[in-house]
Design a protein around this ligand. Structure first.
Ligand SMILES: NC(=O)c1ccc[n+]([C@@H]2O[C@H](COP(=O)([O-])OP(=O)(O)OC[C@H]3O[C@@H](n4cnc5c(N)ncnc54)[C@H](O)[C@@H]3O)[C@@H](O)[C@H]2O)c1
Length: 265
């Protein structure tokens, strides 16, 4: 493809993935609301507030594919979530509709289903159980993407990311971790498969402890290779094991379940 858009490129995941996208497109258009640093030869940068419709229109123009990581990524005040994750997503889908409907990878989250217990094994059809306003905003994103698929044929991968980072940091992440290599392999599959549709994809590696069933997306040809289990001894040594009655040991959403509703100023 000629031009791939990466939103949220200055964030934790965007920074980690940015350099790895070189082989996917001639030009990677990186974007965020904050400065993006030095550009590689294959990159072009555009600052953009996702809540600003005209900016998002300019951002999406001439893009053949979109990896949408931008937005509020933790529990926060509703006004902040509303601008980036609700209005921002509507702006992105309207801009895509007016610009040839490039395929979208939407970074959804395990916090759409955070109130399921860790002893439950979920498929893609389980009713949503978000664990906060952030999780609710990702449910909105999934529903919005689904509507644009049914109404217009806009394809989106709804990736419910677990914990995508260099390595798992605690016992819960032994189940939710997804390595950067496995995420890159997933991205390649999403943009190469001839027909994507609008599937939910659980974003975790091939962890011995897993809570999510991805068998419905075998047509993608994605075979995650990493396994958080190799970090178990390191985590056991460094992190106190939570007591069985602590929320972090009960719910799939872990600590987000305990977050309050944050007051506006
Ligand atoms: N990292 C994970 O393990 C994980 C897990 C579940 C879901 N996700 C999702 O993946 C995406 C990336 O996660 P992350 O960990 O890198 O988060 P992050 O918070 O580090 O990065 C998000 C980026 O979005 C940008 N942003 C915020 N508001 C914006 C706005 N109004 N306009 C434009 N840009 C804006 C921020 O500046 C930031 O650079 C997020 O959508 C997050 O919800 C990540």
């Amino acid at each position: 493809m000629k031009r791939l858009l990466l939103t949220g490129a200055a964030g934790g995941l965007g920074s980690a993935m940015r350099g790895r996208l070189k082989g996917l497109a001639e030009i990677v258009r990186i974007s965020d609301i904050v400065e993006l640093g030095n550009l590689a030869a294959h990159e072009e940068a555009m600052l953009c507030d996702l809540g600003d419709r005209a900016s998002v229109d300019r951002l999406v123009k001439d893009c053949d594919a979109i990896i949408h990581l931008g937005g509020i990524s933790v529990e926060d005040k509703f006004s902040k979530i509303m601008n980036a994750n609700l209005l921002g997503l509507y702006n992105l889908y309207e801009a895509a509709r007016e610009n040839g409907m490039p395929r979208i990878l939407f970074a959804s989250s395990n916090h759409t289903i955070g109130y399921y217990r860790q002893d439950e094994y979920l498929d893609q059809d389980v009713p949503l159980k978000p664990d906060g306003l952030y999780g609710v905003s990702k449910c909105f994103g999934e529903a919005l993407a689904r509507m644009y698929f049914e109404k217009f044929g806009q394809e989106t991968a709804l990736v419910r990311i677990g914990s995508c980072m260099e390595k798992p940091k605690n016992h819960r992440m032994l189940a939710t971790w997804m390595s950067h290599d496995d995420f890159l392999a997933m991205i390649e599959c999403i943009f190469r498969v001839p027909r994507l549709g609008c599937p939910v994809i659980w974003g975790c590696s091939n962890n011995d402890t897993r809570w999510w069933d991805n068998s419905h997306v075998s047509y993608l040809g994605w075979h995650p290779k990493d396994n958080a289990e190799r970090f178990r001894a390191e985590i056991d040594a460094a992190v106190p094991r939570p007591k069985p009655d602590e929320v972090v040991a009960i719910y799939q959403g872990g600590p987000f379940v305990s977050d309050p509703i944050f007051a506006e100023d």
